[in-house]
Design a protein around this ligand. Sequence first.
Ligand code: NAG
Length: 127
Amino acid sequence: MKFLLVLLAYLAIIRMSLATNCVAVGSFRQSKDPTCQKYFTCNVILDIYFIKTDLSCGTFMKFNPTTQQCDYTSVCIDSFCDNQPPLQKLPDPNALNQTCRHTYIQCKGITNQYPTIEQCPLASGCC
Ligand SMILES: *[C@@H]1O[C@H](CO)[C@@H](O)[C@H](O)[C@H]1NC(C)=O
């Protein structure tokens, strides 16, 4: 068991790489992952460098892009923007309160649309 933990820690370290798509600190869904198990974290070191770490949720778990955590119940949004009209706004199925959602899915991109999670405008609160 101890050996396994050491091995996992070692693997986590060698999988860390200098970021190519870290723009903010936090946990983010890996786009184009139909399993929705992959995500990455971005951390800042020395106040200037972003460090990206690729991670995967446990078996049967998915990365919830709204809560930024792995869970058993979240809906995979990877293909939500496929075959949608351009720049569509869609309800966030992972919003914590489904009667008053504070987040929505914004489809972005021109030829291959992809989903992002956006916050509702503060004035209205729900959207
Ligand atoms: C969800 O939002 C509605 C409308 O604002 C509110 O009445 C309700 O208490 C909220 N539910 C939870 C679980 O926060």
